[in-house]
Design a protein around this ligand. Structure first.
Ligand code: 5GP
Ligand code: MN
Length: 347
């Protein structure tokens, strides 16, 4: 049977294809991107809970550790970490007959899992809202206008005719992902439809206040002090409407850094009046890289910038990338690139 279809809107016919694929599948795996965020984890858990209401068990395998501030989510205990449980994970990937890849557009976004996903014999379903989706999947549900992959999981559930019987667990997971990926409902991809979806999730049991507290009001003192260091390191380049932050390995080590501690730091640059381009450069000595996050306000495409210069990508206003040269060389390269974008930055 041939699927190979790409659709930007999940409708009843698409859902029928997905149902057929599910009927034929026994061993299902769900994989989000490396360094999974609230949307990646929320979509994975939301889908896992939904599949279980259809009588299908699925295992979630994350490429690497995910942030502490997401570890309260229903089902998060059972998530397998590819780096820590490599043997079990490899066995599951090999045995799988269906693999959902969520919240990423190309298999390289799974880091060390990529070769194993490439050689897996399972059918693939991609659900994602990033630009330039790759074509590895048998069913591709890709829509770059979506606020989040969680909103797309909601659409999938709705196309299955199950939105009204959604459980509290599903609603909680999807709410979390929409909330984190929209910067608490403020980024441009947040539509009136997003708000309607979120309203329905609250009706179905998502406790909005509790979720906000668990994600945003669970700082450790060390994390808050690390934010202080980051803000102190902020460099403002008014002539390019740009601001960037650096964090070195020693600074992370001095503040008991753990995964997710720097989440959201990059956004502070954009809170400065007149600044439309923000970046954060975070040293990772273990991987020998500088991990970079880019954010923009308005039309300046950080997806294009990250793809062109820092082996990355993402969305128009939020993207990431990496560099394998030193921190000084990386920020030097970044600053040297700005003059050629001056016009775009002042549009
Ligand atoms: P963040 O800066 O929060 O890590 O990521 C922002 C957005 O860019 C997310 O949608 C994320 O999936 C994407 N992104 C982050 N790093 C990379 C990367 O190295 N490559 C690509 N293609 N996308 C990335
Ligand atoms: Mn996302």
């Amino acid at each position: 049977m041939l699927y190979y279809c790409i659709f930007a809107r999940m409708n009843l016919a698409d859902a029928a294809q997905l149902k057929e694929l599910l009927l034929q599948s026994r061993d299902i795996v769900i994989v989000p991107h490396k360094n999974p965020d609230g949307d990646a984890i929320g979509a994975s858990l939301g889908l896992q809970h939904f599949l279980s209401t259809l009588g299908k068990n699925a295992m979630i395998i994350v490429p690497n550790e995910f942030p502490k501030f997401l570890k309260w989510m229903p089902g998060s205990d059972a998530i397998l970490n590819f780096e820590k449980k490599n043997g079990v994970a490899l066995e599951l990937l090999e045995k799988a007959d269906l693999i959902f890849t969520l919240d990423f557009n190309e298999l390289s976004r799974t880091g060390r899992m990529e070769p194993f996903l490439t050689k897996a014999t399972a059918k693939f379903v991609m659900i994602d809202h990033h630009q330039q989706p790759d074509t590895y999947a048998d069913i591709t549900y890709s829509d770059v206008s979506m606020s989040s992959t969680c909103e797309m999981i909601y659409n999938t559930i709705e196309a299955f005719g199950a939105a009204d019987v959604m459980t509290k667990e599903i609603a909680t997971c999807l709410y979390t992902g929409i909330m984190t990926d929209t910067g608490s409902f403020k980024f441009s991809a947040t539509t009136s439809r997003t708000h309607r979806v979120v309203a329905h999730l609250i009706d179905k049991g998502a406790e909005n206040m509790r979720i906000h507290q668990q994600v945003f009001d669970s700082n450790s003192p060390a994390r808050l002090r690390l934010l202080g260091v980051a803000l102190n390191n902020l460099v403002i380049l008014e002539e390019f409407r740009t601001a960037y932050i650096t964090l070195r390995q020693e600074e992370l080590d001095q503040h008991n850094y753990s995964k997710g501690d720097t989440e959201g730091f990059v956004n502070y640059g954009l809170t400065l009046e007149g600044i439309v381009f923000a970046a954060i450069f975070i040293e990772n000595k273990e991987e020998g890289i500088i991990k970079i996050s880019f954010r923009s306000a308005g039309d300046f495409s950080v997806n294009h910038f990250a793809r062109s210069h820092f082996e990355g990508g993402g969305h128009t206003n939020a993207a990431g990338g990496r560099s394998t040269i030193s921190m000084e060389e990386t920020t030097g390269k970044f600053i040297a690139l700005l003059p050629q974008y001056k016009q775009q930055l002042f549009q």
